[in-house]
Ligand binder design. Structure first.
Ligand code: ADP
Length: 296
């Protein structure tokens, strides 16, 4: 089998020229998907490599990585994050989940709360939902926009203006050393229905079900339009979107892990070179420790 990593950065990537049609996508895994066992082995390897790359990222001190996850309910954001980052040093990454904004958050501009949660150099930051809710749920349910008390909202322009703000924000991050990579876990309505029914029928999953989730489900087509426009407008070389088929969790996780590994590899983080001064300190340290031993 050919190495899937080099092409992982192209496959599923939302084009940068705005030509993106959600109706051309499939939520099912591609036909060349390896069998279950191979996918599991590959994920194990990728999880290990991600840990190694994060250690370099930390030592290198130049870059941060921000991974954004967006999806309809039950697409598997949480379990994907859990599995893909399961091998990374817990000190090396931080997950933040963005729910409904608080009263105070609503008094700030719509990027303020994400700006406070960005990863510092050396770290991987994961956003479970993100500023994109501001052009997704807020677009589908305009009462959320009303609650923001914005001056002069022009409904014909507000979403394009937000896309522009987001593009500029992410480009600013990229210029300052944060690699931004964004995942839309693209589940089909049939698969979501199955998973909701599982949540109702399986006692261990009951806690995940909220009747309110069906309201968003009933707005499926509006969400598709919102996703299409948001992804087309904000997938750019400095902050690409990937539309990952989400009906098969194993494939989805491997696809996300491949892209994370390929993104980090492309940054080429390195352990810092040992300079003359440090070499002298290493030698002196060794000499002193050996002398201790000799002094017995
Ligand atoms: P999840 O569904 O991700 O497991 P929750 O059950 O806490 O997490 O749901 C978070 C809810 O908050 C979602 O319905 C999401 O659409 C909503 N939300 C997130 N950001 C915003 C926002 N900026 N404005 C309004 N609602 C938001």
């Amino acid at each position: 089998l050919s190495d899937p990593l080099p092409e992982a950065l192209q496959r599923h990537r939302v084009p940068f020229d705005g030509r993106f049609n959600v109706h051309e996508l499939s939520s099912d895994p591609p036909s060349d998907t390896p069998p279950k066992k191979e996918l599991e082995d590959e994920l194990d390897d990728l999880v290990d490599e991600l840990d190694e790359l994060q250690r370099r990222l930390f030592a290198d001190e130049r870059f941060a990585v921000l991974a954004v996850f967006q999806a309809m309910d039950a697409a598997g954001k949480d379990s994907t994050i859990r599995k893909v980052f399961s091998g990374v040093n817990p000190a090396g990454f931080r997950v933040h989940a963005f729910g409904r904004p608080s009263e105070l958050e609503l008094r700030h501009d719509f990027l303020a709360r994400v700006a406070q949660r960005l990863p510092e150099r050396g770290r991987i930051g994961i956003f479970n939902r993100s500023h994109y809710e501001e052009v997704l749920v807020v677009r589908v349910h305009p009462q959320f926009l009303t609650a923001q008390h914005l001056p002069d909202v022009d409904p014909a322009r507000v979403w394009d203006e937000r896309f522009e703000s987001i593009r500029n924000f992410e480009q600013h991050l990229a210029r300052n050393g944060t690699a931004v990579v964004k995942f839309w876990l693209d589940i089909s309505p049939d698969e979501q229905r199955k998973r909701f029914i599982d949540r109702i029928e399986e006692a261990d999953k009951n806690w995940k079900f909220r009747l309110g989730d069906l309201d968003d489900r009933s707005r499926w087509d509006d969400y598709q339009v919102a996703y299409q426009e948001a992804l087309a407008a904000t997938s750019r070389p400095w902050a690409p979107w990937y539309a990952i088929p989400a009906n098969d969790k194993r494939y989805m996780r491997v696809a996300v892990a491949r892209i994370m590994v390929a993104t980090l590899r492309a940054l080429d983080p390195r352990f810092p070179a040992v300079g003359d001064e440090q070499r002298r300190e290493l030698q002196e340290g060794l000499a002193r420790l050996q002398a201790e031993n000799g002094g017995g």
